[in-house]
Design a protein around this ligand. Structure first.
Ligand SMILES: CC(=O)N[C@@H](CCC[C@H](N)C(=O)O)C(=O)O
Length: 376
């Protein structure tokens, strides 16, 4: 169904072309086509791998204000009711990055036509879901040269109504580490288990033992999560599996707990090796730093929201989600906030249909706030 809102149209087009991290080629082309059609006088564009940086020149700049949107999709087979479903089988924008990029283009368009005093740096960042684009992008010459003095980002929140912004000073999202474990035993005939080392059984024990780490080794007041999201093992029902692969993620609120959880995982995996006579290899994949909102910047934003009434403010609790935006916040003051986009299915769900009215709410909040920050 067509809509009169150009940004909703853009979001629907982006929704159809979800791509994995660092392979956002069509997405980058789509964004560049849009950006290149804007009046060129005030903008400068750079690409970094599949990402894009845009500088909107201010009228009398004394600082650079940054806004970041992430670009990649997820390996999920979409099951929404949309007519504009993903055209990339097995991939879906199930974490709202289509909405985030659309808002980025809306902010850019607004300030191209309504310049502020300061420079604005729009950052379209690849590979947020993995392996992590923020850190290498930040380290790039292209970024360092335009490094903002403050930086902001948002994430859609299916659990909050449209018109709500949820945020908190300090930690917003957890420390994360991916987790991959390969088990190798001895395969064989299903009828002769005593002549094999069955990795389906070993993997099953491992999953339940991993879950006991959180309940038995981590301070209950210091939240942590281990999720095994994928297990691969075996070839058919009457063959004992020689190998098993577990894929998951670790989340902790404190940096110390991450170390402790990893050392307990290593101990449990050694126990599985001894108990099942198998070999195990652990790979922690990519790690994200916690998203730690600058206290002063966040309080200022919360006060501004309340005094202007531009959206309904909720001071939320921290969440165990991860975000490589935490790397930007480690070097640049700023914050991330949740944008209410109420829908019954949550992030990373094949049926998630965020409420598109959230786009206009975000554009109003961000354009007014950034203009206010720039003293216009
Ligand atoms: C907001 C969100 O959902 N972010 C992802 C980040 C993934 C980090 C990494 N690939 C991992 O799985 O640990 C999340 O799953 O929280």
């Amino acid at each position: 169904m067509a809509t009169a809102n150009p940004y909703v149209e853009i979001r629907r087009k982006l929704h159809q072309i979800p791509e994995p991290g660092f392979q956002e080629f069509k997405t980058q082309r789509f964004l560049l086509d849009y950006i290149e059609a804007l009046p060129p006088e005030r903008i400068e564009v750079r690409t970094w791998r599949t990402g894009i940086l845009v500088r909107v020149k201010g009228k009398n700049p004394s600082k650079r204000i940054g806004y970041r949107a992430d670009m990649d999709g997820l390996p999920i087979a979409e099951e929404t009711t949309y007519e504009f479903r993903s055209q990339h089988p097995g991939y879906m924008h199930a974490c709202g990055h289509d909405v985030h990029m659309t808002i980025g283009l809306g902010v850019l368009t607004h300030f191209v036509h309504n310049p502020i005093n300061d420079d604005l740096i729009l950052i379209f960042q690849p590979a947020e879901e993995g392996p992590g684009g923020a850190l290498p992008m930040m380290e790039s010459e292209e970024f360092q040269d335009w490094k903002p003095d403050s930086i902001y980002a948002l994430h859609i929140a299916p659990e909050y109504p449209v018109g709500t912004i949820a945020v908190r000073p300090g930690i917003l999202f957890a420390n994360t580490s991916e987790l991959f474990i390969e088990l190798t035993g001895t395969g064989g005939h299903a009828a002769f288990p005593h002549k094999a080392n069955d990795m389906v059984v070993a993997a099953s024990h491992l999953v339940t033992q991993l879950q006991s780490i959180i309940s038995r080794n981590v301070d209950p007041l210091d939240s942590a999560v281990i999720t095994i999201g994928r297990i691969e093992s075996g070839t058919r029902q009457n063959i004992i599996a020689e190998k098993a692969r577990l894929e998951g993620t670790i989340r902790t609120l404190s940096v110390e707990s991450m170390e402790q959880v990893k050392s307990r995982i290593e101990a449990v995996v050694s126990g599985i090796e001894a108990g099942f006579g198998c070999k195990a290899e652990i790979d922690y994949g990519s790690n994200y730093r916690q998203v730690y909102n600058d206290e002063q910047e966040t309080r200022e934003f919360m006060d501004w929201l309340q005094s202007t009434g531009t959206a309904t403010l909720v001071e939320c609790r921290e969440a165990m989600t991860g975000e490589d935006f935490g790397y930007f916040l480690a070097g640049i003051p700023g914050f991330m906030f949740w944008l209410g986009a109420e829908t019954p299915y949550g992030l990373h769900h094949s049926r998630m249909e965020p409420d598109e009215r959230a786009i206009d709410v975000a554009l109003e909040v961000l354009t007014k706030y950034i203009a206010w920050k720039s003293g216009r």
